[in-house]
Design a protein around this ligand. Structure first.
Ligand code: SF4
Length: 184
């Protein structure tokens, strides 16, 4: 879990270690604290996680012009109260992600540098990590299921009903990406 300083009314700043901050694993690339979580690779676009965090600001300049950084990278940034997916201290996005079939078959969770401060891990544990590599932050394409998952108004019950009624059945099509963005 990360920490952050908070300004008091008298102008002083509360000690950083006194306020815990969790991080969104599908976060923004352009925040001061943004870090690269992983690289989307392979034909299926699954995320390969970095072992150590790298500041987003250090790599954004290397992304070729005309390519949206979230097409090739995943970013982590602070889980913020203003996010459309927040409900109290919870993230409703990961609740919807959990309704989808797991994207990986291995029994161990992916190794990633974010785990100790990850909002999804703290809220949903292994269930979130099972689906996390398939999440892509902002590469939207024509996919009604992904659109439903990304919509803060969608309930897990609605998702379950959609999946049960889907023409392809409850299994996710091979290589499906789950486009969704937190910290917006
Ligand atoms: S959900 Fe799991 S794999 Fe994804 S960033 Fe959080 S701890 Fe890492």
């Amino acid at each position: 879990m990360g920490t952050v300083g908070v300004a008091r009314r008298d102008g002083s700043e509360q000690a950083p270690e006194q306020v815990a901050v969790t991080w969104c694993p599908s976060g923004a690339a352009d925040r001061p604290e943004s870090q690269v979580l992983g690289v989307r690779s392979g034909q299926d676009g699954q995320v390969v996680y970095l072992e150590q965090p790298v500041a987003a600001a250090d790599v954004l300049g290397a992304v070729p012009a005309g390519i949206e950084p979230t097409r090739v990278l995943r970013f982590a940034s602070h889980c913020v109260s203003a996010c459309a997916h927040r409900r109290g201290n919870d993230c409703t996005l990961v609740e919807r992600v959990q309704t989808l079939p797991a994207a990986r078959e291995e029994r161990s969770v992916p190794r990633c540098h974010l785990r100790s401060r990850c909002q999804w891990w703290q809220q949903a544990g292994v269930s979130a990590c099972d689906r996390c590599p398939a999440v892509t932050t902002a590469t939207f394409r024509e996919d009604p299921l992904a659109t439903l998952v990304a919509d803060p108004a969608t309930t897990p019950e609605q998702l379950n009903a959609w999946i049960a009624a889907a023409p392809d059945g409850p299994e996710a099509p091979e290589g499906r990406e789950l486009p969704m963005r937190g910290s917006s």
